[in-house]
Design a protein around this ligand. Structure first.
Ligand code: UD2
Length: 307
């Protein structure tokens, strides 16, 4: 069996690639290294890597013909809400057009795939008050990023239904773990916190710290993705999360305990368009056999050990 992972050198993608290799799959990676780093992939010598942009339509078509993957995991994205607000046209071309073009090519050529998995985001839920978020909760995508993710989900599911393609979508909540790049102000907060604790840098807290998130350790995310693949599920959306709500203040307190050191915190006004509370209902994943193996404490300890 062969898997194609776009964005396979990125934070989540590289963990997925290593898992797929350990499951005995042949793995092909396409990554333009805009965010990713080949060093993230442990099994680099066992993987076929193309440093290319998923927007290169000709290249992607040729790749699909030559490699004939059974599984396609579309993780390549500009994964930043802020970026999508600053450069909406460019992020749209990655977050939607590249996915659409691939689907269209698969449809036209009847490429015999076993699963096409598109990675969306909790961003689609926006700031609506119902909690926890279920896959069929109302959505309110507020940024170009969230709109692209939601619209692309719809394309992926509609292509699945209309043209009988085995497609599925997942919505990532706040994923953390080794390999997440802390260098941008819009990097995941836990990668920034790790960097601040490690290097005694001040941490800027946006808002009063009462905002909540559902933080999920990357190994649990890989567990979920693999369960979805093995289940041959089609035309469904799954939240991928831990299922627990934690405030940023709790995160900071827990991480300080784990690291045995205290953080220097600078207060700043809350970010514009910020989601106040976020937590997922993960019942659908649990039905596939998902169990969260990493509590917040356990995940943070493991992350800190390797930091
Ligand atoms: C996450 C996703 C984003 C999008 C969004 C949808 C990540 C990295 N980002 O954004 O792609 O899917 O969910 O809602 O998973 N914070 C600070 N100081 C910092 C950095 C962050 O206080 O230096 C706060 C930030 O204001 C927010 C919380 O920490 O309240 C989490 O921030 P984040 O950027 O890790 O993730 P989020 O939920 O804004």
């Amino acid at each position: 069996m062969k898997a194609l992972v776009t964005g396979g050198a990125g934070f989540i993608g590289s963990h997925l690639v290593d898992h797929l290799v350990s499951e005995g799959l042949d793995v092909v990676v396409v990554d333009n290294l805009s965010m990713g780093d080949l060093h993230n992939i442990k099994h680099q010598d066992e993987v076929t890597i193309y440093v290319e942009d998923v927007r290169n339509e000709k290249f992607m078509q040729q790749l699909l013909q030559e490699e004939q993957p059974d599984y396609i995991y579309f993780l390549a994205a500009v994964a930043s809400v802020a970026d999508s607000i600053e450069r909406p046209a460019e992020t749209h071309s990655v977050n939607q057009t590249a996915v659409f073009n691939m689907l269209e090519y698969i449809r036209k050529t009847n490429l015999p795939i076993k699963q096409f998995l598109f990675t969306s985001s909790a961003a689609v839920y926006g700031n609506l008050p119902e909690l926890p978020k279920k896959e069929d909760s109302r959505v309110d995508p507020l940024s170009p990023y969230a709109i692209d993710k939601y619209a692309t989900e719809r394309f992926v599911l509609a292509y699945g239904e209309l043209y009988d393609l085995p497609t599925v979508c997942v919505r990532f909540f706040n994923v953390y773990g080794p390999g997440q790049n802390p260098s941008s102000p819009y990097s995941g907060v836990l990668s920034i916190l790790t960097d601040c604790l490690n290097n005694k840098k001040p941490f800027t807290l946006y808002g009063d710290g009462s905002q909540t998130r559902d933080f999920v350790y990357v190994e649990d995310v890989i567990q979920a993705l693999w369960l979805i693949t093995k289940s041959d599920t089609e035309h469904e959306v799954f939240n991928i999360a831990n299922g627990n709500e934690a405030s940023l203040n709790t995160i900071i307190e827990t991480y300080e305990k784990v690291a045995g050191t205290s953080l220097q915190v600078k207060m700043a006004p809350g970010r514009k368009g910020e989601v106040k509370r976020s937590v997922a209902n993960i019942g659908k994943l649990i039905k596939l056999g998902y169990t969260t193996k990493w509590s917040l404490e356990a995940g943070l300890s493991k992350y800190w050990e390797g930091a």
